[in-house]
Every structure is written in structure tokens, then in C-alpha cells.
Design a protein around this ligand. Structure first.
Ligand SMILES: Cc1ncc(COP(=O)(O)O)c(C=O)c1O
Length: 449
């Protein structure tokens, strides 16, 4: 035990809870601390590092959250031999209660009425030969050709997966090890943050501001030698900011030549309502780009594409070959049909304009009420409120559902709600009035209008 105490205290350079947790995580990854080892007592670590026991308790809690250790009452805290993802994480703190509200702004999903109908594609596929064999290429060649021609940069390899989340899951599990440092935007998308944390990553939050991640904060976290960056290049969920061409150039300059994997999540794709500035255009050998078809063509198609360095994409394809191996070619056929159908293209363009108009209408109506929200595109508004819980209750009493902001926050600085405006069609003034009221409702605290 004494030896373990020395190993741990010698490996800690950053004495914050996150720093201590990451240091112990790296020891577990490298095998220097192994499964079933009992961690030294909180008091002994605190004493050896000259810090407060509560800091060590917080570090142990983080390790427990990541599934790396378990606490067994008075017997102490033990390293798990295998990580057990039994912590529900951020994602499950965002409630989903369909059909509960008159205005449900909690969902983050597209308007079903704005998705292109699938009838034409299904009829066209009716006479296709029955779906082939286990041995076919995972992606339909004609679809690969379209993806290649439309990809934002020249990618060495492209494959089709079951949506952006599947792509993220596979890229994260294949490339992020316990203790790896990953730059994320703050706020960020809860399930993606959960995935990183359950892989044992140490999150390095950088505020998402106009133009992209804050440049000074970004330069600062780069000093910690991170292994990866997770970025939404446009329609950032939840803030609605986009990565500008200028910020993309600045980030590329900072990142060029580093041994750091850039993961781009273009989750809104064709209906993002803004141009895409991909870092892949600047640093093709470092970027794996994920494109989702869910928002434009329908979440239940469950299709997305992943493209980037052959080493990264082919590793994903090979690993997946051991499991489900490919995304249904039947669904790929439906997507292919939609991508080449001029009527579907017209509907997707109309949907994109409609989402932009809904967003700007509510933003303008909120401004009339003295509430300003950030962002430029996408389905979501990130509204600051005096008190998150009070605001949610106030809205619910008027039949309005919203997502709490805290699961999106990496380092919480103020209370927010995420409001999805994709289905809001009219009544903007009335809705804005109720939202403004909720934003100011508090148990004594007030924010300026
Ligand atoms: C940031 C982000 N990534 C990924 C997704 C999900 O994409 P998909 O449906 O393709 O899995 C969403 C959906 O809202 C999202 O907001």
C-alpha cells in the first residue's frame, strides 16, 4: 500500500481533482496500478500531496464515475478489473417526454413534417434483388461515389455507419484511451461527453463563442498535450455557433503537425443552415469527419458517414467487421435514392430555410422581450436563465418543455436552458414572452435582461 501511495503521488503533477483522477487513470491504463488494487486512503494521499482530503475524494469520485474504481464501504476504494459503465451520465439527465407539452422545445430533433417522404425510394427499391451477402462491401459503391464527391475534403477513406453517434462511439472507443486528454467545447453535446468520459478521457473544456472555440483558452489547453479534439463545425448544439473560416485557419495553425486526432461532428449536415468550414480542408491527415443524414433525411434512417485518414477509418471498418459489419444496405439504398432525387433535394433545401426562419423568428421575438441568445444556426437556442430548475417549472406550467442546460455544461458557470425551435411554427411573440418570464424567474437571484 505504501508503494502504491508513492507511485500515485509521484505521478501527480496537477493537484486538482481532474488532474489526480487522470494521473491515476493513466497508471491504471499502463498497468502500474492493476485490477483489484486498493487505492491508498484519502487522508494519506491528501497528506502526501499537501492538499485537502475533499480534493482527493473528488478525484476518487471522478474515477468512480468513469467506472475505473469502486468503493466498498469501510474496506476502501478498489480498482476495477474491468470498467463497468453503470453510471447513467449526462445524457439521461435530459428528459424526453414526448406528447407531454403543447410546445416541446426539449427534443433536439427535426420536424417530421419537413423530412422528405420515403415512398418514392421504397417503390424504386421494390424490384431490387434481395439483399445480398455477408461478403459485399460495407458501403454501396454508388453511395461511396456520392459521399466522396461531396466530402468537404479529400478523405483517404469513407465508410457508412448508423448515424453520427455510432460514428462517434466507434471513433472514440477505437482511439481514446483512459487518461487521454480531449479538448471539448463548453457547453457540449451530453452523449458525446458521456462517451468520452466512459472511455476514461480527461475533458479539457474550451468555451464555445462566436466563430468557434475561444482561441486563447484553446491555446492554453494545448499546453497540456491533448490526444484529441472533438468539435461540431456548425450549428453547434447547444449554442448555435459556427466555426468561422478565420477560426478554422487559426486552429489549424495551432494544430498542424501535432499528434492529435481531430474529430468533427457535422450532425446537422444539409439542414445546418450555414456553410461548413472543416478543419479537414486544412489538415486532412489529422481530421476524421462525421456527417449525419438524420436531421435532413430522418433520424430513423440511422445513417451517417465517417471519412478521414485511412488508418483511422479502416481500423473502424475492420473492428466493426467483427460485430454488425455494415449498415443495412437496404437503408443505404433509400438514402442513395434520396440523395439523387431532385424532389428530395428541393424539400431538404426548403427544410433548411424553414429551420433558419423559425430560429431567427424566435430570436427576434426574444430580443423584443429583452432576452438575447447566442448563435447563428441549427435547431437550438441556448438561453441563460436566473435559475434552471425554476425556469423549467415555470415553462412546464405553461405547457412548454425545455432541456436543462447543466448536462451540456462541462464547467458550469451559469444556468441555461436548451430550446429546440425546429418545430415552432408561429406564436413566436407569445412563446417569447413566456420564455423571457421563465428566464427571469428565480428564488431571489436575478440576471440582467
Ligand atoms: C452534436 C450532435 N451529434 C450527433 C447527433 C446525433 O446524430 P445521429 O442521429 O446521426 O446519430 C446530434 C443530434 O442531435 C447532435 O446534436
Amino acid at each position: 500500500m505504501h508503494n502504491l501511495l508513492n507511485i500515485i503521488t509521484n505521478s501527480v503533477t496537477d493537484k486538482s481533482p481532474a488532474g489526480i483522477a487522470a494521473a491515476v487513470g493513466r497508471l491504471i491504463s499502463s498497468g502500474e496500478v492493476s485490477g483489484n488494487d486498493r487505492l491508498p486512503t484519502v487522508r494519506s494521499v491528501a497528506q502526501a500531496l499537501g492538499i485537502s482530503p475533499s480534493t482527493v475524494t473528488d478525484a476518487w469520485r471522478r474515477l468512480q464515475h468513469a467506472g475505473l474504481v469502486t468503493t466498498d464501504g469501510r474496506r476502501g476504494t478498489f480498482v476495477r478489473s474491468r470498467r463497468q459503465p453503470d453510471d447513467p451520465g449526462r445524457f439521461w439527465q435530459v428528459p424526453v417526454d414526448p406528447d407531454t407539452y403543447q410546445w416541446d422545445l426539449s427534443t433536439g430533433t427535426p420536424d417530421p413534417k419537413l423530412l422528405p417522404p420515403l415512398g418514392g425510394a421504397l417503390i424504386a427499391l421494390r424490384d431490387e434483388p434481395p439483399v445480398s451477402s455477408y461478403l459485399d462491401h460495407p458501403t454501396i459503391p454508388a453511395l461511396t461515389d456520392i459521399l466522396t464527391s461531396q466530402w468537404p475534403f479529400s478523405a483517404e477513406a469513407i465508410t457508412v455507419v448508423d448515424g453520427a453517434m455510432d460514428g462517434l462511439d466507434r471513433i472514440i472507443s477505437g482511439n481514446i484511451n483512459f487518461g487521454d486528454r480531449v479538448i471539448v467545447t463548453d457547453p457540449g453535446f451530453p452523449p458525446a461527453l458521456d462517451m468520452l468520459e466512459s472511455a476514461g478521457a480527461e475533458l479539457l473544456p474550451v468555451p464555445m463563442v462566436e466563430g468557434g472555440p475561444d482561441l486563447d483558452a484553446f491555446a492554453e489547453v494545448l499546453k497540456l498535450d491533448p490526444q484529441a479534439l472533438l468539435l461540431q463545425p456548425r450549428a453547434h448544439n447547444p449554442t448555435g455557433w459556427n466555426l468561422s473560416a478565420q477560426r478554422a485557419d487559426q486552429l489549424a495553425e495551432l494544430l498542424e503537425g501535432r499528434n492529435l486526432l481531430i474529430i468533427e461532428d457535422d450532425h446537422s449536415g444539409e439542414v445546418a443552415g450555414s456553410d461548413l468550414n472543416s478543419l479537414g480542408d486544412r489538415l486532412p491527415s489529422q481530421v476524421v469527419h462525421i456527417h449525419s443524414f438524420s436531421k435532413a433525411y430522418g433520424p430513423d434512417l440511422r445513417l451517417g458517414a465517417v471519412g478521414g485518414p485511412a488508418e483511422v477509418v479502416n481500423a473502424l471498418v475492420h473492428r466493426r467487421q467483427l460485430g454488425p459489419a455494415w449498415s443495412s444496405r437496404l437503408l443505404q439504398g433509400v438514402l442513395l435514392h434520396l440523395l439523387v432525387d431532385p424532389t428530395a433535394a428541393q424539400l431538404v433545401t426548403t427544410a433548411s430555410k424553414t429551420y433558419a426562419q423559425r430560429r431567427s423568428s424566435l430570436v427576434a421575438a426574444l430580443a423584443e422581450q429583452g432576452v438575447s441568445v447566442p448563435g447563428e444556426s441549427g435547431f437550438n437556442l441556448w438561453m441563460e436563465v436566473a435559475d434552471e430548475a425554476t425556469a423549467l417549472i415555470s415553462l412546464a406550467s405553461h405547457g412548454i418543455g425545455a432541456a436543462p442546460g447543466s448536462p451540456f455544461c462541462v464547467s458550469k458557470t451559469s444556468d441555461h436552458l436548451r430550446l429546440t425551435v425546429s418545430t415552432v411554427d408561429g406564436d413566436y411573440d407569445q412563446l417569447a414572452k413566456l420564455l423571457a418570464e421563465a428566464s427571469r424567474a428565480s428564488g431571489g437571484r436575478r440576471i440582467s435582461a
